[in-house]
Design a binder for this molecule. Structure first.
Ligand code: E4P
Length: 216
């Protein structure tokens, strides 16, 4: 399973990248706004900086909602760097645009996916990645990880090549469960990634080893 970091914060991206386990980055308009990035030029420059830090797929989300504008905006985003993946919302014009990008050799990430039906449409349109938002599904008292397993099963049975990018991850346990359920990628903030490191027996064991090492 690939690891993407879900943030537009450059310090966190650098920290995750320095761990040596980072395969890419996802962003969205909310994450860009959180970093105070404003205006087309600043947005493009920020994506370029991210691409210079991480050698992997970098999702850049369109904010247009009609076919023609999504395509125009996506082409501009894709021109920033070869690693840019155009992130397109799961709406009717989004599906049309996904197919256009597929036919024109531009990588895509279909975002805001909350059902298996939407994931089938994204795969039919040739999306490179499909992003089911598991944390938001959990928030609505449903089981987000169950959706990952369902999509993984459907894609396997049908031979779809779209990669399942588990998004809206809130905890280290989510990452483990998504790996188990067949996600190809998980994208999450830095904290759940670092959470994978933690186990009290590791801390107790290391303290004891270091204590005993003094006797050597
Ligand atoms: C995915 O690509 C989204 O950017 C993200 O995972 C959404 O997460 P949230 O539900 O925590 O906002």
């Amino acid at each position: 399973m690939k690891f993407f970091i879900d943030t537009a914060n450059l310090d966190q991206i650098r920290e995750a990248n320095e761990l040596g386990i980072l395969d890419g980055v996802t962003t969205n308009p909310s994450l860009m706004a959180k970093e105070g990035i404003k205006g087309a030029e600043a947005i493009a420059a920020h994506y370029k900086t991210i691409c210079d830090i991480v050698d992997g797929d970098i999702s850049a989300e369109v904010i247009s909602t009609d076919f023609k504008s999504i395509v125009e905006e996506g082409k501009k985003l894709a021109a920033i760097h070869p690693n840019i993946v155009v992130k397109v919302p799961m709406i009717k014009d989004g599906v049309k645009a996904l197919k256009w990008f597929t036919d024109n050799g531009i990588k895509t990430n279909c975002t805001l996916v909350f059902s298996a039906g939407q994931a089938i449409l994204a795969a039919k349109a040739g999306a490179t990645y499909v992003s089911p938002f598991i944390g938001r599904i959990d928030d609505s008292n449903w089981d987000g990880v169950e959706l990952i397993a369902q999509i993984a099963h459907i894609y396997q049975v049908q031979g779809f090549e779209t990669e399942i990018l588990a998004a809206s991850i809130r905890s280290a346990l989510h990452i483990v469960k998504c790996a188990e359920a067949g996600a190809d990628v998980c994208t999450c903030p830095l904290e759940p990634i670092l959470g994978l490191l933690k186990h009290p027996l590791t801390d107790i064991g290391l303290a004891k080893f270091l204590e005993d090492a003094k006797k050597l």
